[in-house]
Design a protein around this ligand. Sequence first.
Ligand SMILES: NC(=O)c1ccc[n+]([C@@H]2O[C@H](COP(=O)([O-])OP(=O)(O)OC[C@H]3O[C@@H](n4cnc5c(N)ncnc54)[C@H](O)[C@@H]3O)[C@@H](O)[C@H]2O)c1
Ligand SMILES: [Zn+2]
Length: 1594
Amino acid sequence: MVDIQRVSILGKDSIHCGFHLVPYIVETVLKTLPSSAYVLITDTNVASLYLAAFTTEFTSALANSKSRFLSYAVAPGESVKSRQGKAEIEDFLLTNTCTRDTVILALGGGVIGDLVGFVAATFMRGVKFVQIPTTLLAMVDSSVGGKTAIDTPHGKNLIGAFWQPEYIFIDAAFLETLPAREFSNGMAEVVKTAAIWNESDFTLLESRSEEIFTAIQTPSSNFSGRHKSTRSTAQDLLLKVIIGSISVKSHIVTVDERETGLRNLVNFGHTIGHAIEAVLTPTILHGECVSIGMILEAEIARQMGVLGQVAVGRLTRCIKAYNLPVSINDPRIARVPAAKLLTVDRLLDIMKIDKKNSGPVKKIVILSRIGATYEQKATGVADSIIAKTLSEACKVIPGIPAHDPVRMATPGSKSISNRALLLAALGTGTCRLKNLLHSDDTQVMMNALIELQGAKFAWEDGGETIVVTGGGGSLSVPAKGKEVYLGNAGTAARFLATVCTLVQPAPTRTVITGNARMKQRPIGPLVDALRANGSQIDYLESQGCLPLSIAPAGLKGSRIQLAASVSSQYVSSILLCAPYASEAVTLELTGGQVISQPYIDMTIAMMKTFGVEVIRKTDPGTGKLLDIYEIPRVVYKNPAEYNIESDASSATYPLAIAAITGTTCTISNIGSASLQGDAKFAKDVLEPMGCKVLQTETETTVTGPPIGQLRALGYVDMEPMTDAFLTASVLAAVAIGSPLPGRELSESPRNTTRILGIANQRVKECNRIRAMIDQLAKFGVETKELDDGLEVYGKPIPELKTGVSVHCYDDHRVAMAFSVLGTAIKETVLEEKRCVEKTWPNWWDDLENKIGLRVEGVELHHSHSSGSPGPSTPVEAPSVVISGMRGSGKTHIGELAALSLGWPFLDADHYFEKKYQAGVKEFVAKNGWPTFREAETETLKELLKDYPIKHVISLGGGIVETPAARDALRSYSKKGPVVHIIRDIEEVVTYLGAETARPAYGEPIEDVYKRRAPWYAEVCNYQFSNNTKSGPDPKAVANEVARFFKHVTGQSPNRPANLGQGKRSYFLSLTYPDIRLALPHIDEITAGVDALELRVDLLRDQDSFDKIGSYIAPKAYVADQLATLRLATSLPIVFTIRTVSQGGSFPDSAEAEAFELFNLAVLAGVEYVDVEISWSAKCISDLISRKGQTKIIASWHDWSGKLAWDGNEVMQKYQDANKFGDIIKIVGKANTLEDNLTLHSFVKKVTAATGSKPVLAINMGAVGQISRILNSTLSPVTHPLLPNKAAPGQLSFKEIQTALNLIGQLPPLKYYIFGTPISHSPSPTLHNAGFESLGLPHKYEIFETKEVGEEIKAAITAPDFGGASVTIPFKLDVIPLLDSLSPEAKTIGAVNTIIPATKPDGSKSLHGDNTDWRGIREAILSKSPTRVAQPEAGLIIGAGGTSRAAIYALQSLGVKKIYLFNRTRSSAQALVDAFPDARIVLVENLGSWSGTPPTIIVSTVPAQATSTEQDVAGSVYLPESIFEAHSGIVVDMAYKPAETPLLTLAKTVGKGWQSVRGVEVLLEQGYYQFELWTERRAPKKAMAEEVLRKYESS
Ligand SMILES: NC(=O)c1ccc[n+]([C@@H]2O[C@H](COP(=O)([O-])OP(=O)(O)OC[C@H]3O[C@@H](n4cnc5c(N)ncnc54)[C@H](O)[C@@H]3O)[C@@H](O)[C@H]2O)c1
Ligand SMILES: [Zn+2]
């Protein structure tokens, strides 16, 4: 009835495996485990899928029996694996009077297995139990071995027992419903087991991942697979893999049940994996952490010289094939905030408490090859070795190579590896390939040849040698239905296309296919040539690309014509197969220029080694070589051994080390016969530098001169070996001997090496010429950049700087070149050691093990990793790219952005003009559009390459017309912001009426826009809405530009001010259908709050204004609302779409629409989006992958009133939210006051863990109000002016403050003003109005004293001191009482604000600041049309304390020259001396200017001391010429009277002038003071109203 495969464990055949086993399981259990009660325990996820099937089987089988069947489902997730979870199940068993003979069945993943197993182990001192694992991890790992456990807050699995199940039923059909990520999670353990124990299992895993995935992704219908006869190949394979893995674990467990030695081996990858998991759990799964652990532990083995790179490479590719991460730099890992905590020290620290350790030595399972370990147990490894692998940077310890004379081979050349593999497979006999490069290409090629049954492969020397048994050209169609999958391996695809035509005649055809990228890569010319020769090849999808269906009919041969101008690989493909055609082949290359002839020559040379001589024809007349080749019909004869030549560029590094250290190095597999250009490096570079070079056909030996005696090269052309110029440059840096005769440069110093012919190196992994110049400069080495190369001026080794930290630009060649210099210069740190992986993954190990130089790990200390609070500013922020239609405002917005970021602005058009010495228009007229587009794309690429960080780059609007430019932008958008400036197209049309700089479109702009819109959408990751329609206030625009660009570049993300430890933050829920209704009150309603919530589900456009019930606002309307709100406030926005079932009005089913809106929010640089956790994981993860600077509030609302804050469900929701949220929001409904207390303890519990995220948790309803008062993260608040509350029970900010005060959470504080005379000071009015408006219980009082003495001291040290204003005459006298000063107060030399702070130890400290200058600055800005202009000149009248603040304010506004007038010249001079970097010009007579007249005037003298009449005794005369400039801003600091002589004069003679009264400055500085004290935004309107009312009435 069922086909079962059994695996034995601990001497019993108790593991039963198959498909669709439910009836079999029930029958077997009932038959062999008689009992009065069968209790099945599962989790609710699994219950909903599979419980019914079990219940049906059990109830029908037990129908006539006394035995009972019971089932119980717990919440899913790790959190039930707890003491409470265990108790819950035990209570269930006891309540149901289960007894000693109960049989417990655990149906579920590892969590259920561990938990239920432990219950079974202790219930009634142990009952029988059965494991029915439903996750792959549980099947292959946790269910096998009898370990059971629960977690406690102290750690995972700390309490448990060994308790063996009676049976383990592996029903692989369960895996069909398992989420893909969980499947991969289990595959990590499968790969692990094969890696330590069984190479053939591993080979299966590495070559057949696609099929294994297919097996779980194709649901089996009709119980297919239950019988062998109905089992698909994929099912067979899946079961084979699972059983293979289980068998290994069972064997190990049987030998060592209690984990004393051998069983340690299953911990491969786990020592480091667990440490990583401890930091990243629960966001990153166990298997994912173990995957990274396996790679790191394999690298440790490699570093110890035990494991070869081939094995590390195989392991890496295999793990990747199952979608698992292989490095902590994987984006899935790096994006987790906790990933920052993965420092070497932290990981080593966690590893200390590993169970495997003996004493202080850490134990790691060391692989010796795939399928075997170094010892039959974990091996002790020194911390220094682990640290070296874990650290991201390293240094070479200078010295003499210990293995001198060094003899080594460097990694094989990629092109030669591919050819050798195919030749040996097609040949007859056995060939041992040595030094094969292990790349994806070769891996794929081998798999394909196995599937075509064309050859056999085996490994020798631990994988270093591959033994190929050639099939002599006999190939077969792969097994039925099997496609040959080539991934993205281009060379393999090209070579195999022809190989498949050789396949033996058969009824079916061969299909070769690849991944999505492969399916776009061209293969047309090759297929055309083969078809013309009679082969039948069909395209299955797009024309000209894979997949191909190829008829097995042999290659006809004779004359073949091929267009060879695109790829030489087509030529090589035909050449390699030609000997097996039916007739001898004459291959004729057509289509003009043949590309990459050296590679064709390489193929021909290698064919010769395998016994086939190709003849290239020559023109009998001229003797010139023709592009015609004759290939005889012969069978390849394999040489016994083929030593694959090294990659010649790689070989330059060890040779250069010999040169710089004065030692000898032989590279054993590269010599003069090499076809690789870089093979000339020894002869053409090292020999003239003074090295002894011996080169045979196949070997190169270099001996360096004594240390310090390298010669400069003079002139060298490196065109034939461009990649080697980096190696040459580092040697040149220490080459001081004169160049050999004939090489000297006449006008240059003798230590010059001039390298030319390497311009292409500017467009490699990085701009390598710049990279070398910048990094060499760190050593104090001078260089000069040339158009086509560079000059390096050598210095004696002892004069180079030591301790240099080299930035490697993620470029392998930069890292390896500087490691050569590191062998001579002490403490040279290579910052990114892993970038060598591209061509020489084990470079650092080879340096140590083969060359004999020590390498040490270095941990880089990032300035922001020290746990210091506050936003960290990325040092190397990527440049911002701006794009959009012509006329959309790119230049204007771009310049504003550049100004606010303090970055240079680059206009691509200007750059273009400079480069081509022609305007765009002119260029197009002369060369036509296509040429222009090409040049434009080139320019774009250059800009992106040369200005990668901290620039604002504005592009031409048509750049998106070119696919290559789009590609470049799209790939740039992965690292930096590409912003689309959007402006209403009608506005653009109007605006463009006059402009002429760019060529005209020649078609309606609207059509152009329609065409380009999708392209902009495709390449841009941000949108900035340039909303010009409403004629917005330029200042608002400037503010918004600054907010947007500082946010999206991460320079100063716009975050709520009070979000964080020990503070309370609030957002106001905007419940308007149209946000414009809120704008008149925006200042009032936002008083006190830190952010705004835009309830997108409540928005209604004009036509649907009254629509109630579920509704989706149009995207354009939402975008418009956002843009409108942005111009009104710079508060961070929370973008919320609340669904109907969660209390909002967005349809629950409209997932696609919701995510389109979320996407819009992300594009618009919205700070927060509220994403309900019930949306599908796919949509959420998609959103997260694009979220940029946007943070996610993951939310869950339960309206049922049944949510128990101490239950499992809430914990589950928390964990679900924690998986992707940056902030977690859970909302319940309170029925009793106690519900708020359980909520409070829940929040305390989950936020206690280090690294936990902020939690917003509240209860709805009036009973829940107390939870809103106590909540500290982003509490939602309403305001009396709002149309309606967003949720029942919502309070206003003011109400919450009042309540906090009443319950003792917000004690009243005292504030003062110190000075004399101050009885008329408006400050008490100002601040008390502010406190009152926000509901703060504080009080501000006048404190008048004659001097700064005991009274003031007592006031500022009292426990309820909140802060103080300081005015005349104490602004200097208070300074000695303070603990610290702000930089501004220091520069100005005066304090007007005292702020108390509490230090971590509880003691108080006092801080002094100065807000006067801010008052002046803000008052000026409030009148200035835009913040962009930097005024040429300003004037300050008076030289007292306020003048100091005025100078500081003008400086901060970028005023270039400051005129200063004061009657006493000496005090004016004192100010000039106090501000050495301000350009202050003393003025003798007001009104006569030495240059531009001022456009900003600040008077700081009392009004009664000024006059517009000449010669008034004791008065400053104000002539009309003060207002010579035709417009400007004049500030009179005098508080009374309102109309001072200066302002009156301005009114009469200064037409274009705007005035600022003293009271306005006072207000502005007061707002700042208020904000410094309360950390809340000042309710400006309320404060100003009170002050002005009093001011005007007095
Ligand atoms: N005892 C051991 O030797 C051992 C070994 C390794 C791991 N573990 C333990 O195993 C636990 C992890 O196990 P896990 O990875 O199986 O996690 P899990 O049990 O939490 O299951 C993962 C998720 O998949 C769901 N699920 C399970 N089967 C499903 C199916 N067939 N279809 C759809 N959804 C399904 C679950 O409800 C759960 O949400 C950890 O607690 C770990 O400590 C124990
Ligand atoms: Zn594990």
